[in-house]
Ligand binder design. Structure first.
Ligand code: ZN
Length: 186
């Protein structure tokens, strides 16, 4: 649960901490706005991301399922700044598949909390492996981190790429190449 009162007093204290005045006009409503926004940005922490993967159906003959360009926004837990980008997922089904929208919902629930990109990549791959028992799964995330682009070296457009492989995708560079080619073609 988001404790709005706590968030609001923390934001007020933060504003003072950076040397601004929480009582000035432009900032009066800011603690309340931030507290309400927290539900959207961090509400995923109390949801079970894997609930979306329970509703499965038979799909005999499907050799590969690819869902690419799943847009996500999350918050980096090291700097409390947004990172955002695209998730690409492929799996080789066992007996069951899920609706494509369910993969997006799973990604969204993992994104709506403090995260690090490497961890989110692994969480998504593990959730799919656990629930669908596929023969193989691969997850690729490309993201821009505002904690990198807004400060320090300020390298615009630098994308961090992370990948997790399970089952038949693991150590199989030919399959990985096939997936990466499919992701790159748009
Ligand atoms: Zn960061």
């Amino acid at each position: 649960m988001i404790d709005r009162d706590k968030v609001m007093s923390a934001v007020r204290m933060f504003l003072e901490g950076i040397g601004d005045n929480p009582e000035r006009d432009g900032l009066l409503e800011t603690p309340d706005r931030v507290a309400r926004m927290c539900e959207d940005m961090y509400g995923g922490i109390k949801e079970d991301p894997e609930e979306h993967l329970h509703k499965q159906f038979q799909a005999p003959g499907s050799e590969l399922v690819i869902e690419k360009n799943i847009v996500f926004h999350s918050i980096c837990e090291h700097h409390l700044l947004p990172f955002f980008g695209k998730v690409h997922i492929a799996y080789i089904p066992g007996a069951k598949v899920v609706g494509l929208s369910k993969l997006s919902r799973t990604v969204e629930t993992f994104a709506r909390r403090l995260q690090i990109q490497e961890q989110m990549t692994i969480q998504i791959a593990d959730a799919i492996e656990r629930h669908l028992e596929p023969k193989g799964v691969i997850v690729l995330i490309e993201a821009e981190h505002t904690c990198m682009t807004m400060r320090g070296i300020k390298k615009q457009g630098v994308m961090a790429t992370t990948m997790a492989t399970r089952g038949l995708f693991r150590d199989n560079f030919e399959r990985q190449r096939l997936f990466l080619d499919a992701v790159k073609s748009s």
